[in-house]
Every structure is written in C-alpha cells, then in structure tokens.
Design a protein around this ligand. Structure first.
Ligand code: ZN
Length: 657
C-alpha cells in the first residue's frame, strides 16, 4: 500500500478543512481503499457563529460526493453538541437521525451529511478517516476473521462486530470505544465492513490508514493469500452479439425498464467465471454492505433471468417479514451476471452505473479469491445483507426519486456523428438520457465526449467489416441497440447529368444508399429485441419531394433511401420497429455546406448567400439542432404510434407543400 502524501502538494491546502480535502482525495485516489463514493471522512473545528459565540462543528463528507474529487463544499458542517447528544439517545430511527442532522447543519445549502456523522462525532479525534479497504474486508469476511484482525493489530485497533451502518452502529462504537480505547489506539476495524483511522492532523490520520491497511496486505501476502495465480490464456471469447442483446431484453423486462449491459472478458474475469466453485463463492453476498445497494446481494449465474427473478423474490419474501419498517421490493433484475462463455456482464440504469458495478465486482472477485486462500470466504448472513439492501433510507430515496430522462437505459447509434446534424443528434439524444454510439470517418469522433455514456468509433459506414466491428463494440459496451439515426451522407457539388461521372454516381449511391441498407440489415436483429421497440430515423432531404437541378446523384440516392425506409416500415411493423424520415433543407451549419457549395447554390438561384440561407416561407434559418430535436422527438413517445412518416424541417417550401 503506497502512501501518496506529498508535502509540497499538501502545503497548498492551508486551513484544517482544506487539509481534510487534500487527504480525502488521496484516499479516494486508491480504488483498493474506496470505490465510487464509498468511505467517508471528517474534521472537527471550532468556529464563531453569527452572534460571535464559539461553536464546535463536525465537517463530514456530504452525500453525493466522491472522496476522489471532493471539494470544500462537499463537507457538511453539523453542530457537534447536537451530534454528541444524539449519540446518547437510547434509540433513533435512521430517518429521524437524518432529519436531526439536516436541521443542525450550519450551512443550509450544504448536502446531507454522511449517515456515519454521529459515529465520526463520537470519536475523540480531530481527523477521522473511513475506508472499505479491500485487504481489511478480505480478512474480516473469513472464518475466524476477528482472530486474524487481533493477530495483525493487537491493541492498535478497537474491533466492532458487524452492525448495520446508521444510529445503532454509532451508538455501539461510542460504547466500545469508551470502554476499550487506549493511547495506543490508532484505528478501528468494523467486521465485514471496513476500517477507521484517526489523528490530530490530516497527515496523522492518513498515515495511520495507510499503515494499518498495509499491515493487512502484508499479512495476506505472508499467508500466500495476496498474489492470485496468473490467469491462463483462453481462446478469445465469442462476440455473442445477439445473445447479449437478447439477455438485455430479458433483464429489462424483469426490471420493467430498459437497462444497459456492459461486458467484460479480461483474463481475471474469465478465470473467476470458470472457477469450479463459482456458485459457492459468488452466491454468499457482497464484501461490504455499501456494495449491496448497487450490485444486489448476489450475481446471476448463467443466462436464466427468470430463475434469478424467482430466487430474488423468494429472498425478498423470506426477509421482508422481519424488516424493521415496511419495505417495497426493488426490481428483481440482476446487476452482475457471470457466465463461463460471456464473462462478466454488469447492468445499470445508466452507463455510469453499469461501469461502477463492474469496478465493484472486479474488486469483489479479488477479495473473494484472497479470502478463500486465507481459509474460506464467508460473507454476512443473508438477513444482514437484506437489512442493508432494504434500509429505510434507501427506501425513502425510492419514494422521493424524480422521473428518469426519456431515453435512460436506451442505446442509439448515430452515423456521421462527429459534426453537423449527426453531432447535434448526439447532443439531443444524450440530453434525453440515451447512451450514444457515434460513428464517423473523422478520428475526432473518438474523443468527442469522454464520458461513460458515449462511445465514438471511427468507421466508414460503407465498409461492412468496419460496421460489424462497430456494432460488436457497441453491444459489448451497452448491451444492445434501441435506436438508429441514419445520418451519414455525401453531397457532391452541383453537376448536371450531362457531366455526371459514373464514379461520383457510384460513390454517392454507396454512401447515401447502400451503406444504409447494410446498417438497417445488420441492426435489425438488435432493434428487434430492443426493450421498448426499435426506432429508426432517416435523415432524408428536401430533394426527395423537391429535387434540384445539378443534384441528380444526391436526389436519386435520397429518394431511393426514402423508398427503402417505407419498405422497412412495412416489413418491421410486426416487430414494433418504427421508422420515420425527416426532410431538412438549407441547414448550413453542417459539413456538407462548404463555402464553395454555398456560393454555387446561391449563384444558381441568383441570390446572395444571406438570402439563400433563409429562402423559405417562414424566412427562418434551419439549424442542425432544429433537425436533431425533431429526430429525437421521432424516437420518443410523441411518435409512438407513427411509422413511415415524412416530415419536412425546412422553414416551409412551396415546392414541397
Ligand atoms: Zn462504510
């Protein structure tokens, strides 16, 4: 375990709270300590209130912040006297506790403080750090784990038996700590949960965390339980594109909403999925209770979604009766799927969730295998895990959760996505919550949006091999395809038929027509199993209803594409796939309209370029965004009962009317 403290860096953080920010980020930077919003930290400070009177404040990590990127406003200031008084109560529900914290914070706009705030307040140290260090949860999730922790740390830590986070844990910690802590105490181990360290300075608390976790790692190494055997090279996993899309269909049906699936086939993953005792190892529970809220109690093994659903319902019914407060069942769909052929597939409502679940389970696999080498992986009993999964605070979040964006959990593929109308479609669909696969021949596509819900791939849409590979990558990343926006196209400058070469004609047909046929054909098996039915939007052209002289190849290619879309609507209606076309005109903020082309067209109509740009009945300029918004609407509920429609987006054109 590496200590990342850097004096020069640390010196830039001057106040106690800024020091808290600095060392919290160091903890957050190491995924073997905390993952995605896990863990929490605090610092105690004395301040002066508005009356000029001293007030003791606990600054504790606010909910919604990640230690890796936390800033000063991410720490919630709560009055210490109130927290200490709360710790002395006999009982307090977690909802009451959250209310007491919220009503005693001194900055009204600060986020809600961590539910472990009372616990932090009860520890008599200025800086308190808490992580779910892999090495510690590995050891505490084994047979005889407590004895091992005692062997490793002696009286350097206070050991707390497992109890669910919340008020009861805070109370137990306050009691145990008062009874057992000595001047040699540097930290506290929470069985099946994680570890705390404390100090008078940010550095002391951080150094102690690193040294405590380092001891656990060394212990595992000494017991030959740290290095896992190198995974053997296996044959390359099959692409299994259709199987994955079908699996996504089933998972989404059980979840009653479209879900994204992300596939992982790394060596370590494949080795775990092949483990002869996979069922025993994987079906016990998570490594730390924090994870159950994201990944559910256990992964699904194989591809039988109905069996997983039934098992989940049984687990719910068995434990719901004993819940402390009435609970409502969560969707019974898996969040992690392990299959010897497919590898690990993680599931999420968003691409970010699926990716977080993958990180969590990758660590879980390692933790389980190390615990196994140490003497036997042993997770918490199902009942404790259930209590965490159905925590009243989590249930309250469900009641108050807002509505999801329109296309959340859905995947759209946009061609020609790096610029112009294509890029505008990416934006409009992403704003509505869709995960987007953008194809373009421009390499800029790859870095268009560095975020988990965008996959930019360089591909020539008229190249069958490149296209198939792009679809495979799309399905590996998001699990399927719900929407297709056929946008990529070329528009050669005005050429009269008498001068039109075969080469130009062929090239225009290949890109504007043939490539779209290929895309529709290859995407059909995926669109057919889209959870909310597939949708195709064709970016047509005014030239379909109203061709112009000098644009023979373009007009003919778009007219043929239009006819192709109409036939597709006839053939695919039975699958629920809708296909609608829009016919833009005079959209000048696109790559097609070079200054040269623009001038040529204006000259053709004997107009200035400016007049040419608003040459329509409404005398309005049509932008890429206008077109993209219509394309997004065509994928949405407004067009749920419409297929084979053709809508102009051209400011009104008397030739089209
Ligand atoms: Zn924790």
């Amino acid at each position: 375990m590496k200590n990342l403290w850097n004096d020069q860096e640390a010196a830039k953080y001057t106040t106690d709270l800024e020091q808290r920010v600095y060392s919290s980020r160091l903890l957050g930077a190491d995924p073997s300590l905390v993952l995605h919003g896990g863990g929490n930290t605090s610092v105690k400070a004395r301040e002066t209130d508005i009356f000029g009177e001293p007030v003791d404040i606990l600054y504790v990590k606010g909910s919604g912040w990640d230690l890796a990127s936390i800033e000063v406003p991410g720490f919630t200031p709560i009055r210490m006297d109130h927290l200490v008084k709360l710790a002395g109560l006999e009982a307090l529900s977690d909802l009451q506790m959250v209310n007491e914290m919220k009503t005693h914070q001194t900055i009204a706009s600060a986020p809600s403080g961590s539910v472990e705030a009372i616990l932090h307040a009860a520890l008599p140290y200025r800086y308190v750090d808490h992580t779910h260090a892999d090495a510690v949860v590995t050891i505490t999730n084994t047979e005889g784990g407590e004895g091992r922790i005692r062997d490793i740390y002696g009286d350097g830590v206070v050991i707390i038996p497992y109890i669910m986070p919340g008020f009861d844990l805070a109370r137990l910690v306050a009691e145990r700590f008062a009874a057992e802590a000595t001047e040699r105490t540097q930290g506290m181990v929470l069985m099946n949960h994680g570890i705390f360290s404390f100090g008078e300075t940010a550095r002391e608390a951080y150094d102690r965390m690193i040294s405590l976790v380092d001891k656990a790692e060394r212990y595992l190494a000494a017991q030959n339980a740290w290095e896992l055997p190198k995974a053997a090279d296996k044959r390359a996993p099959s692409t299994a594109m259709i199987e994955i899309a079908e699996l996504r269909h089933q998972v989404s049906a059980v979840a009653e909403r479209p879900m994204l699936l992300r596939r992982h086939t790394g060596k370590a993953v494949m080795q775990f999925c092949d483990h002869p005792e996979l069922a025993r190892l994987s079906q016990q529970g998570p490594a730390t209770p924090d994870h159950v809220i994201r990944t559910k109690r256990v992964p699904m093994l194989g591809r039988d979604v109905a069996a997983y659903e039934e098992a989940y319902r049984n687990y719910f019914e068995e434990h719901a009766a004993h819940a402390r407060t009435p609970v409502k069942m969560l969707d019974p769909a898996p969040r992690v799927i392990l299959d010897p052929d497919l590898g690990m597939i993680t599931v999420g409502k968003t691409a970010k969730e699926a990716s977080i679940n993958a990180d969590i389970y990758a660590h879980t696999m390692q933790i389980i295998q190390r615990a196994e080498r140490l003497g036997g992986w042993k997770a918490l009993p199902a009942r404790d895990i259930f209590d965490m999964e159905y925590w009243e605070l989590e249930q309250a979040k469900l009641r108050h959760g807002g509505s999801a964006p329109e296309f959340q959990g859905e995947v759209v593929l946009v061609t020609g996505a790096a610029s112009g109308i294509g890029r505008a479609c990416v934006d409009s669909l992403m704003t509505r919550g869709a995960a987007v696969v953008g194809l373009d021949i421009d390499p800029a596509i790859e870095s268009l949006y560095p975020r988990p819900d965008f996959l930019g791939l360089v591909a020539d849409v008229s190249d069958a091999v490149a296209l198939r590979s792009a679809l495979e990558q799309a399905v590996k990343r998001f699990g399927g395809l719900d929407m297709l926006v056929l946008n990529a196209g070329v528009f050669p400058g005005g050429t009269r038929i008498a001068e039109l070469s075969d080469r130009v004609w062929d090239q225009v047909m290949r890109i504007n027509l043939d490539a779209n046929l290929m895309l529709m054909r290859e995407c059909y098996p995926l669109l057919r199993v889209a959870p909310r039915y597939g949708r195709v939007v064709v970016i047509g052209s005014k030239n379909v209803p109203a061709p112009g002289p000098g644009a023979a190849a373009y007009s003919a290619s778009k007219a043929a594409l239009n006819q192709l879309a109409r036939v597709a609507a006839l053939e695919w209606g039975a699958d629920g796939i809708r296909i609608n076309s829009l016919h833009p005109d005079a959209v000048f903020d696109t790559g097609l309209w070079t200054e040269e082309v623009l001038q040529a067209r204006a000259k053709h109509y004997e107009m200035t370029v400016e007049a040419y740009k608003t040459k329509n009945l409404l005398k309005t300029a049509v932008s890429s965004r206008d077109v993209a918004e219509l394309a997004a609407a065509m994928c949405g509920s407004l067009f749920a009962k419409t297929t084979a429609s053709q809508i102009p987006v051209d400011g009104g054109n008397d030739r089209v009317i």
